[in-house]
Design a protein. Structure first.
Length: 693
């Protein structure tokens, strides 16, 4: 049985259909309807007290949003024009109603005096036509204004959301609760924004209220001189309002309700229909000759269900009660005053039309209250997302105190460090202790998953240790300012982001030199646009109905796939076919970027620590040899930490080797020391060396 879901309530209570004290049961066709019993003073469809409280609570965020929107360049003028148009359009229905009242007056004069005021009739006709024409023009102008307004507001808040996302540290970003908060703060449509949707909803509510008040005022004035006009209007509006609030019309209100069917015949027939429509069952139905039996069973079900059949919405729609109080009053007055039938009939027609429009608009206004409260809650989330606290608390001490301290690198010390990733029970590091002196080259080796990368993440303070302490230049890493620490550290616009400070990040000369150090310059020079080439184009192309001979467009290959002549075809363009080794070289170049900038800008004290996580994993032997030579040249001026699961040439020249297994350091020392020890490191070294003998 298909399930139809409506908007969830923001209340955190439980709806129990079996609770007869709070839930009323009724039957609509084959459906059982369960409705929460509303408070005696509450009318269904009217805004709830809770929704009003929610609106009031979130108003400060709305005010902040309106101030921000008004501060956007040229947005205030467009928004003012949009507001004027919206308000003008809200008054036009009342003006049109006034002309209808004038038409009623013409009918009254014609009945009483047998004459028609042609001048007034022409003015009324012209006025109604002008209202219609002005409405069309204003609606078109409003649509044209909405495009630049939406675009500028969307761009403004895209910066807001980019800032909110970019500032998060790794454990905060990976937190499921934070992910959920980010999802709720993002717009559901890429073509609009939360702020613009809220602005339009606010303006719509204001214009709707003005429209209702103006129409009601004009209608009262028009009918005031008509016999029983106010009475007919009162009865029509009262009748419509209470019909809208009736229990028998649950789909029009925002109350709590649920519906299900337990009718076995209806459920069985729906299953039979699904079976004959489903291609998965076609083979069994055809091969087994089942269709006569299925048809017979379906007919039996139809005979049993009779008029009770139908989906819930259709059954609910046909169950409405239709009152006729206004028609009864009109009939009684027509019997009493036969000569007034034409005037009364015109009045009744005017009232009926106005009532339908008025009550529909009024109920739309009420029904939007809950959604308006939710929209304002979304605005609150939009602003609160920038206040999400990072799990990694920033330190208070500047680093280094003396810029000259970085000229010979940084010392690193782990003291009984243990670490578990958030949400994991297994230890990624267990009681790890070691010290790397300034300017030394450290190589961390071990199998995959032994904890090598985790050490580098802790050194760069992407995470804080669960237990123990980490010291940088004999100072607790958690006391150092994060920006200072990461400015002194380089971790492996792809290359330019290694020095993310303008104008260095876009300096082509620096980027080219870093590419040479990382071994990426040779293949980058062969790319179509060299250093301006997108490895993966982030913006899509759109096309449709291209001739079959078109194989290339905008310099990118056309991928027709299995579907042709689609209304809108999307393509992000092909990815550049770079190998894993080439991608590794770009990452290495990014690591060298800070060092290049520091040397060129006479900022040699700026970088004291270089971290390399498996930098040679995808490199060929020649590229690996060149990389190791460049690293050896930096030895003594930078502290370097290099992780690898391969025992390569660099380990021979390392000042300290950390051999890891099962999240712990099992051996440490120089290459010669560990070989003489003849432990696990020596065993694996010999295994790898034998492969080249």
């Amino acid at each position: 049985m298909a399930k139809h879901h409506r908007r969830r309530s923001m209340r955190k209570t439980v709806f129990d259909p079996d609770d007869k004290g709070r839930v009323k049961h009724s039957t609509i066709g084959v459906w059982d309807l369960y409705e929460e019993v509303a408070p005696r003073l509450a009318l269904r469809g009217w805004p709830t007290f809770q929704s009003v409280l929610d609106v009031v609570e979130n108003l400060p965020y709305v005010w902040r949003m309106l101030i921000d929107v008004a501060s956007i360049r040229e947005c205030n003028y467009l928004l003012f024009a949009y507001l004027v148009i919206e308000l003008t359009m809200s008054l036009l229905p009342a003006l049109s109603l006034w002309y209808s009242g004038q038409l009623l007056y013409i009918v009254q004069i014609a009945v009483e005096h047998r004459t028609v005021d042609k001048t007034l009739l022409f003015q009324v006709a012209t006025g109604r036509f002008a209202c219609s024409l002005i409405t069309r023009v204003l609606r078109y102008t409003k649509q044209r204004l909405a495009v630049p307004l939406n675009t500028r507001i969307k761009q403004f808040y895209s910066v807001h959301m980019f800032h909110a996302m970019a500032r998060l540290d790794l454990p905060t970003f990976d937190d499921p609760k934070v992910q959920r908060q980010l999802e709720l703060s993002f717009p559901t449509s890429s073509r609009s924004s939360i702020a613009w949707d809220t602005v339009t909803m606010i303006l719509h509510l204001i214009s709707t209220a003005i429209q209702l008040i103006s129409q009601l005022s004009v209608l009262i004035r028009v009918l005031n001189d008509q016999r029983d006009g106010p009475l007919l209007a009162f009865l029509s509006f009262s009748e419509a309002l209470f019909q809208r609030g009736a229990v028998r019309e649950p789909f029009f209100h925002r109350g709590v309700w649920a519906a299900t069917t337990r009718d076995a015949d209806y459920i069985r027939n729906e299953g039979l229909k699904r079976a004959v429509h489903n291609s998965e069952h076609r083979k069994e139905i055809a091969a087994g000759g089942m269709w006569p039996y299925l048809l017979q069973q379906y007919n039996i079900g139809v005979d049993r269900i009779k008029d009770r059949a139908g989906d819930f919405w259709m059954a609910a729609a046909t169950s409405r009660a239709k009152g006729r109080l206004s028609i009864i009053v009109f009939t009684l007055r027509a019997i009493q005053y036969p000569a007034s039938i034409p005037i009364s009939l015109a009045s009744l027609n005017l009232i009926t039309q106005t009532t339908q429009s008025f009550t529909f608009t009024l109920w739309s206004l009420f029904s939007e209250t809950d959604s308006f409260a939710e929209k304002l809650l979304t605005v609150k989330r939009l602003y609160e997302v920038t206040n999400i606290p990072n799990h990694i608390v920033d330190g208070k001490n500047s680093f280094p105190e003396d810029s000259g301290d970085l000229r010979l690198g940084l010392s690193i010390e782990f003291r009984n460090v243990s670490f578990r990733y958030p949400g994991c029970e297994d230890w990624a590091l267990k009681n790890v202790s070691f010290r790397i002196e300034k300017g030394h080259l450290c190589v961390i080796v071990g199998a995959n998953g032994s904890g090598k990368s985790t050490i580098l993440k802790l050194v760069s303070r992407l995470y804080d240790p669960t237990e123990g302490r980490i010291l940088i230049d004999d100072r607790d890493i958690q006391e150092l300012k994060l920006d200072d620490l990461r400015r002194a550290t380089s971790i492996a616009d792809n290359i330019g982001l290694g020095a993310p400070i303008a104008p260095h990040a876009t300096n082509v000369e620096y980027i080219q030199e870093a590419a040479k150090l990382g071994g990426a310059s040779d293949f980058v020079d062969k790319l179509p646009e060299r250093y301006q080439t997108y490895l993966e184009r982030p913006v899509k192309d759109y096309y449709s109905g291209l001739p079959e001979g078109t194989t290339n467009i905008f310099g990118r290959v056309v991928d027709y796939g299995a579907v042709r002549n689609m209304m809108e075809r999307e393509s992000a363009g092909p990815k550049r076919g770079i190998s894993g080794g080439q991608a590794q070289r770009i990452a290495l170049s990014r690591t060298f970027m800070k060092s290049v900038v520091a040397d060129r800008e006479d900022e040699s004290s700026g970088i004291g620590l270089l971290l390399f996580d498996e930098p040679s994993a995808s490199l060929d032997p020649t590229a690996e040899h060149d990389l190791f030579e460049r690293l050896r040249q930096l030895r003594g001026s930078k502290t370097m930490v290099f992780s690898s699961h391969r025992f390569g040439k660099l380990t021979r020249h390392a000042d300290i080797i950390l051999f890891m297994n099962d999240s712990a350091i099992v051996e440490k020392g120089t290459h010669e020391t560990l070989i003489k020890k003849n432990g696990e490191y020596a065993r694996i070294w010999m295994l790898q060396a034998q492969a080249f003998l």
